[in-house]
Ligand binder design. Structure first.
Ligand SMILES: NC(=O)c1ccc[n+]([C@@H]2O[C@H](COP(=O)([O-])OP(=O)(O)OC[C@H]3O[C@@H](n4cnc5c(N)ncnc54)[C@H](OP(=O)(O)O)[C@@H]3O)[C@@H](O)[C@H]2O)c1
Length: 287
């Protein structure tokens, strides 16, 4: 930053006597009137965070939802809160050999087809720099965020290939980090997911399956509680868009992508980060 800019910044600070920036967000929720009516949707990692808010939105739009995760207590509590159209299955996505039986169980519980699968379960170890990455941490993140999704998606597509008149959707929850240079595993797992999304879409759209990904920016969940603290309602974060995102906002986009309103969209990575991943030539101005 130039000296002039520093001076301007200090003068602005003194004159306005504002100690910090403040960003508040009102989530605009569109009620489409049951845009997901009758759809059976499975969400991995649906007990908390983004998965929970997606489940809540999908149910409010008429869907039946199964949430999965490792912790039964959390799943029980969440599915009770989400109401009669929500059930849960305890399933650790790392157990790839059980992915087929997991999907079959969900299908039985729905007493019908799984119309949409949301591969959402994920972990981030926030190592910050490659020097802090351990082999175990590397494996945990790749196994959970990429390998598990890869094989669960494979199983789901296999299941769908045996059905007639397929009209289905597969949604990966990626991250804006998948679009940036990354030397720690998390972003690399998401970059791999983005590639998978595009490639699978090219193969499967003609078979009636739309495959997309959502790439959120830093969103207020347990995953980011170490550095995205907005207890006082201030969603400010020092990034291009000046803000943290809310899980409810991401859920709105996911709802649209699973609905018939987005039938012509497949193979897309929809960034939900107000353009933070874009790198314009004036980026050095960002304070
Ligand atoms: N929050 C963000 O800023 C952000 C930004 C971009 C992308 N994302 C992505 O969004 C997805 C959800 O993240 P979140 O922020 O909602 O995280 P979160 O609040 O930590 O919740 C993670 C969810 O995944 C489940 N989970 C974790 N490991 C699992 C496993 N091995 N098997 C089954 N379920 C598992 C957890 O349930 P149990 O603990 O019960 O298993 C929980 O329901 C992740 O893929 C994440 O990478 C998040």
């Amino acid at each position: 930053m130039s000296i002039k800019k520093h001076i301007r910044k200090i003068a602005k600070f003194i004159l306005s006597s504002q100690p910090e920036k403040r960003v508040e967000v009102n989530v605009a929720q569109i009620n489409y009137n049951e845009i997901l009516k009758g759809k059976n949707i499975v969400i991995t990692g649906g007990s908390r965070g983004l998965g929970y808010y997606m489940a809540r939105k999908f149910i409010s739009e008429g869907a039946n939802v199964i949430v999965s995760g490792r912790n039964e207590e959390t799943l029980k509590k969440s599915s009770k809160e989400l109401g009669v159209n929500c059930s849960y299955v305890v399933y650790d996505v790392i157990n790839i050999s059980e992915s087929k039986s997991f999907l079959e169980k969900c299908m039985k519980m729905f007493k019908g087809k799984i119309d949409c699968l949301v591969c959402n379960a994920g972990v981030s170890l926030h190592e910050n720099i490659y020097k802090n990455v351990s082999e175990n941490g590397f494996d945990l993140q790749f196994n959970t965020n990429f390998k598990a999704n890869y094989f669960l998606a494979k199983e789901y597509l296999e299941m769908k290939s045996k059905e007639k008149n397929v009209d289905a959707s597969l949604l990966f929850i990626s991250s804006e980090t998948g679009n940036q240079c990354y030397d720690i595993p998390y972003g690399m797992t998401k970059a791999a997911l983005n590639s998978l999304t595009r490639a699978l879409s090219r193969r499967e759209y003609k078979n009636g399956i739309r495959i997309n990904a959502i790439a959120p920016g830093v969103t207020l969940t347990d995953m980011t509680s170490d550095y995205a603290d907005a207890k006082d309602g201030n969603l400010y974060r020092n990034c291009a868009s000046d803000r943290i995102f809310l899980p409810e906002e991401i859920a709105e986009v996911a709802c649209f992508l699973l609905s018939d309103a987005s039938k012509c969209i497949s193979g897309e990575i929809i960034h939900c980060n107000a353009g933070n991943h874009l790198n314009p030539f004036w980026d050095e101005d960002i304070e």
